[in-house]
Design a protein around this ligand. Sequence first.
Ligand code: P1T
Length: 387
Amino acid sequence: MKFETKAIHVGEEPKLKEDGSGDVVIPIHLSSTFARAKVDKPTGGYEYSRTGNPTRGALEKRLASLENAGFGLAFSSGLAAETVLCSTLLKSGDHVIAFDDLYSGTKRLFNTLFSRNFNIEFSYVDARDTGNIKGAIKENTRLIWLETPTNPLMKLCDLKAIAEIAREWNILTAVDNTFMSPFFQRPLELGIDMVVHSTTKYLNGHSDSVGGAIMLSDDEIYDKLKFNQNAIGAILSPFDSFLVLRGIKTLALRMERHTKNAIEIARYLESQPNVKRVYYPGLESHPQYELAKRQMSGSGGMISFEIVGGLKEARRFLEGLKIFSLAESLGGVESLIEHPAMMTHASIPKKDREKIGISDSLIRISVGIEDITDLVDDLDQALQGVE
Ligand code: P1T
């Protein structure tokens, strides 16, 4: 099956009953426990809903199919998925190499819980240059953690090249594929070991559910992660599983429209005198445009740009918008806009933020699927209002 067909059918194949009826959409199985006929083992494969639930199971099957993975696991948030992955595969004394630009919640998790409490060492490198990854490898390096494109600076890294190095050194690789979604980028096909998603974003696509996922093909690692999904208990609820299953059905259509709108907005921004710089991998001016074309089949709906001026100008612009909501998060049908330094990435100390390029003039847009002229007109009136 091709991507669009899998996105609609996998995990939700109707089971025809004797009376000829069969649900086309999987029911939301709310039961927290499942009765059994015999003490020894569960009758229908399910025993307790934290351990396994039919609605979540359907979603996990679909998630795996979209990344061409053997297995999928669904969690209560993107950060819950990351927590289970790291706490399962790392132990005290291990070393992790991570991209220096990451969603700040991921950095906070690494630098507080895993670094301070569990004595795991993190080296943040500019992974745009694969040589920086190679140079950071130590005897105790166990995991390489990447986002591409990164949140919020839209930096890319060469997944195939990094996967090859990691394999050579027997180091595991994980890629947070939230920004691209499996429709535009499938890291496992490039040799990466594990993919992580915040399903809160494009996979669900409607800003009404918080969730996370891991997709992978190694059965030994899967068994360990599955064990800890149950042991830790940060699972996705049946209702949220249903929402994400529903959202995924339109993922391909949405991603195409997000991208079409984003390209127009990126070009519009590039032409504006009070815009200093636009960060979008679908623009020829992006320094890694060639890598983007090779590694991704589309450039997605996320754009960052720097407004001329500083905090004052950014604030005036952001507060002057009418259609774009000033809000954190991304990947929904509605356009969102935010100020990374004061909002999503405020937990990173100012000096570290500035070192990697998150300045007070940086603005991040999650381009929705509304009419493009409405979106450009709104940006235009707010930009004119700054002068
Ligand atoms: O919010 P949660 O579902 O726990 O996902 C965390 C997360 C993980 N990875 C990436 C790339 C993300 O962007 C996020 C969450 N990001 C935002 C809320 C944001 O506005 O950037």
